[in-house]
Ligand binder design. Structure first.
Ligand code: ZN
Length: 496
């Protein structure tokens, strides 16, 4: 029997584990070099020193140049930038003032630090604050938010899936909220940021505030809590005179929320290089390199793009059976705009699979989100077993990273993340997402694992069936995404 025939007769998980072991052995010099490399740290240093890498900004353009240099150094072929247009959002000032009566019945106004959320329009609204808790659709349904400013947490209830800001904002605005305040659940006077929409000006003003500010706002809000006890009605008809903070005076706090911002035509770019031969069929390895303007973007997604640039060096040494397009994607944070551009211009029938690195390289253990593809999940399981490295595999899909433009068109994908042990974004999307939080051992180790994942995606023996549209829609429904995705205008029209 030839080696090929032997390969063909080996099926299932055991064969995949053998394959990964063989390829890891063949790549031992490149993998070993990665173990001691200082390039990932130097690359992250250059990237985070830029400051803002906001989509469409000068910083994002400079970052694209650094990524292109890193891809060249890694040995990728045909490194180039592909520009695309986007509505570029730029931050101005924001303010949040709350007027509340004291014991003496005299009104006093307090000003809180607030950060506009990307794609918030400019504007000023006034009204009562309404505490919508975590901001899930069910909680918003229980409150009367009409004409009020909704106050929602960045985190979500334990046990359920993570509900995204866009779902909360979209649902609150649909229910009549005139403004939205997003309260961090992480200590440290850290107002969070995060886009309200996928690439278009939003319908209502919105800001992020710190956990500490949020504690005050909840006390001032209708349906707010004091000392852990729910205050006022949270269901059915709301009698505003009987609730909200009153300082004993019977009057309700009034908030004024103001945002200055602009959305104007801008340009971003994807940076693309190739490992392996120039074949028709390709595997895509993606990571976004843009970041929010208020941070260095060291974790989100500096670690991710550093991981991909490092994996590219290993892949450049691999005897790949087909081409792997390594793509640094722009403008992810404002609505996956680089990935949408990429998916639009590629023939997706020739994309065998997508490996999206958003969240890997940060924490010790790799997490693989398989986005409803059992084949993609089994790739992660094979690499985990073959390398004796824990990779937690989660099959549940979500639409909030760069795999989504591919997944919704049926292309199987893995998203690589890493586990902090905490719920939510941690330092991500805050001023504190800085280089000192990075442990580049994780970047290097995840780069090795991801290179092996990509090699297995590219293996001729590895079948990666397209995702069936009805099954995919069912998986999103089962994960309770339909309501939130519709509110955020993300539910695909052809899924009905
Ligand atoms: Zn990200």
């Amino acid at each position: 029997m030839t080696d090929d025939a032997a390969d063909a007769t080996r099926t299932g998980a055991g064969a995949a584990v053998d394959r990964v072991r063989e390829r890891a052995a063949a790549l031992a010099p490149a993998l070993g070099a990665t173990w001691t490399e200082d390039e990932p740290w130097r690359f992250l240093t250059d990237l985070t020193a830029i400051g803002s890498r906001m989509a469409g900004s000068e910083g994002e353009r400079r970052a694209a140049g650094l990524v292109a240099d890193a891809f060249e150094r890694a040995g990728l072929a045909d490194v180039r930038a592909e520009p695309f247009d986007l509505p570029a959002w730029e931050r101005g000032s924001a303010s949040l003032d709350v007027t509340v009566s004291g014991r003496d019945g005299e009104p006093a106004t307090r000003s809180f630090e607030a950060l506009a959320l990307p794609y918030s329009p400019s504007g000023r609204v006034a009204g009562e604050l309404v505490d919508v808790g975590y901001g899930t659709p069910a909680e918003i349904d229980e409150r009367d938010v009409e004409g009020r400013i909704a106050v929602a947490s960045t985190t979500t209830p334990e046990g359920g899936r993570f509900v995204h800001r866009m779902e909360k904002f979209g649902y609150a605005v649909e229910a009549g909220a005139v403004g939205f305040v997003f309260v961090n659940h992480v200590d440290g006077q850290l107002p969070p940021t995060g886009s309200l929409t996928f690439g278009e000006e939003a319908e209502a003003v919105a800001v992020g505030v710190s956990k500490e500010t949020g504690a005050w706002l909840r006390e001032y809000a209708v349906g707010g809590t004091v000392g852990g006890a729910e205050r006022g009605s949270v269901g059915g008809a709301v009698d505003t005179a009987s609730q909200g903070t009153t300082g004993g005076s019977g009057s309700v706090a009034r908030a004024e929320l103001s945002v200055e911002a602009s959305t104007t035509p801008g340009e971003s770019r994807n940076v693309i290089g190739r490992a392996g031969p120039d074949t028709d069929e390709r595997v895509l390895l993606l990571a976004h390199y843009d970041a929010h303007d208020i941070a260095e973007g060291a974790l989100d997604n500096g670690c991710g793009i550093a991981t991909v640039a490092t994996a590219a060096e290993v892949l450049a040494d691999a005897a790949l059976p087909l081409g792997v397009d390594v793509v640094a994607v722009g403008a992810e944070e404002v609505g996956l705009l680089g990935a949408e551009h990429l998916a639009d211009r590629l023939d997706l029938d020739r994309v065998k699979g997508v490996v999206n690195v958003d969240g890997a390289g940060r924490f010790r253990d790799l997490v693989a989100l398989a986005h409803a593809s059992t084949a993609a999940a089994s790739v992660a399981e094979a690499v985990s077993t073959a390398t004796r490295r824990p990779i937690e595999v989660d099959a549940q899909p979500h639409p909030f990273s760069d795999q989504w433009p591919f997944v919704r068109r049926g292309v199987p994908a893995l998203q690589l993340h890493s586990d902090s042990g905490d719920r939510g974004r941690g330092w991500g999307h805050t001023h504190a997402d800085t280089r000192d939080k990075v442990d580049d051992r994780n970047v290097r180790e995840h780069a090795m694992l991801i290179a092996l994942l990509v090699v297995e995606f590219a293996a001729p023996e590895r079948d990666l069936p397209r995702l069936d549209r009805d099954e995919l829609a069912a998986a999103f429904r089962e994960a309770d995404f339909e309501t939130g995705m519709r509110a955020a205008d993300l539910w695909p029209a052809d899924w009905d």
